[in-house]
Design a protein around this ligand. Structure first.
Ligand code: GDP
Length: 432
């Protein structure tokens, strides 16, 4: 059985925590897209960790952790993360890397930096992890697959030289930077080869056997629907597909095997980087208070430490986010944080050109969308530690039920704290 844990918002919804929790009963956890440009923060008995490339199943000894072909593989970062968790007492996890995954080359990171520098004030706010240049090269068919590292020295060198010719024109004439040295690139790739050799395998065939053996496989998404390259707030999106459907492509399993899609939705909104964000809180004081209280230790990027932009819950964006994911279950997270508010605005529609819509529009129209709010009473108390739905304060249940009705997808899990067992399971009236 395959389950996917994905984000229905702008990312940072708490997918790491939900995956870590569900991974306890999973045989396999798979990363299927994205790279080290975003991170999951996980708090468990070993401590607090920010994972960027490692799947969140690495804390369970019996779980196989897979880096699928859809991932932008930064080999030194992956190795450093692995060393880091082991040095903190986590038993060495089982890791498999797809031989079809492509490698982030050192020049991808440089191109990312140089392009942001060139764009200046018009930049994308990239994390400069090389993700956009990486995916551009992958689709331009000049990327390097992990399996290429085992090609003959001559063939690999020829490929590096051919790619360098093209890249060096841009480096010299557009960015005025030093050229790629093919010899040095080759030597770097040989180091990478040594680092990952023990982990490389035919992932789709491994998963085929795992499915036949009736194993539980968890697909772990990065970022959220609104950062999906096709369905998100283009162009302020990531360069890969963040929706569950891509899970099949990104590790090589049939799409019909994905039976459960758990969309992680945060009880308020946050977004990192530039881009349209209709329910953003513009009152700096109010935004800062939520930012400081948010998540576990504040809403600051797990990879970059950048302060996140804060917003009220957005039913329009979340309905759309859940719809594109194909949600079977919503995990509603970080609800405990809202306990300090007397009243809580919730965005229930967008006003565009004088008309109110509940459908999330294309970016051009998002730019002029104004949020339509309904304000709900707060519950003014700490709900952490509660384990039964009925024990939540009435106004808190009303907040959940109001949002569930507006987004139209069943909220079956409520997370009221960062730890694994801070979870309330609920039978949703929307479940048949
Ligand atoms: P991800 O990329 O979707 O995994 O999101 P993040 O790594 O940004 O996780 C969100 C942050 O919120 C992390 O610091 C988590 O430990 C924390 N977190 C997750 N769920 C909850 C929750 O229910 N309550 C609180 N207070 N923090 C949570």
């Amino acid at each position: 059985m395959v389950k996917a844990v994905v984000g229905a918002n702008w990312g940072d919804e708490g997918k790491g925590k939900i995956t870590d929790m569900l991974a306890q009963n999973a045989d396999v956890v798979v990363r299927f897209q994205g790279g080290a440009n975003a991170g999951h923060t996980i708090k468990n008995r070993y401590g607090k960790f920010a994972l960027h490339t490692l799947p969140s199943g690495v804390f369970n000894e019996n779980t196989v952790n897979i880096i699928g072909n859809g991932v932008a593989l930064n080999i030194p970062i992956l190795m450093k993360e692995l060393e880091d968790i082991v040095s903190k007492g986590v038993p060495k996890p089982v890791i498999l890397i797809s031989e079809r995954a492509q490698i982030i080359m050192p020049y991808h990171i440089k191109f990312d930096e140089y392009e942001e520098e060139r764009l200046g004030g018009r930049s994308f706010g990239s994390t400069k992890s090389g993700i956009a240049p990486f995916y551009s090269d992958k689709f331009a068919k000049i990327g390097f697959q992990v399996s290429d590292l085992w090609d003959s020295e001559k063939a690999l060198m020829q490929k590096i030289e051919s790619v360098s010719v093209q890249k060096n024109v841009l480096l010299e004439h557009l960015y005025h930077k030093s050229a790629i040295d093919p010899e040095e690139t080759f030597a770097t790739l040989m180091k990478y080869k040594e680092m990952i050799a023990p982990y490389v395998c035919d992932v789709s065939s491994f998963l085929y056997d795992a499915l036949k053996a009736d194993k539980t496989i968890l697909l772990e998404g990065q970022l959220g629907t609104l950062k999906d390259c096709d369905h998100g707030i283009y162009p302020m999106v990531t360069s890969s597909n963040t929706i569950a459907a891509y899970g099949a492509v990104g590790c090589g399993i049939p799409p019909y095997e994905i039976k459960q899609i758990i969309s992680v939705v945060k009880a308020y909104s946050s977004s990192v980087g530039a881009g349209e964000f209709v329910s953003e809180i513009h009152d700096e004081e109010a935004a800062d208070e939520l930012r400081r209280r948010g998540g576990d230790g504040g809403e600051y990027g797990a990879t970059t430490g950048r302060p996140r932009r804060m917003g009220w819950f957005d039913c329009v964006a979340t309905h759309y986010g859940c719809r594109l994911q194909g949600t079977t279950d919503v995990a509603f997270t970080v609800l405990d944080v809202l306990g300090y508010l007397d009243e809580i605005p919730v965005c229930v529609g967008y006003e565009i050109d004088g008309k109110v819509t509940k459908e999330f529009p294309v970016t051009r129209l998002l730019r002029c969308a104004k949020p339509v709010y309904e304000t709900l009473p707060g519950w003014n108390c700490d709900i952490s530690g509660i384990r039964e739905y009925e024990k939540l304060p009435e106004n808190c249940r009303k907040y959940i039920e109001f949002i569930e009705k507006h987004i139209g997808y069943p909220i079956t899990m409520i997370s009221n704290g960062p730890a694994r067992d801070d979870i309330i399971y609920r039978r949703s009236p929307l479940n048949k």
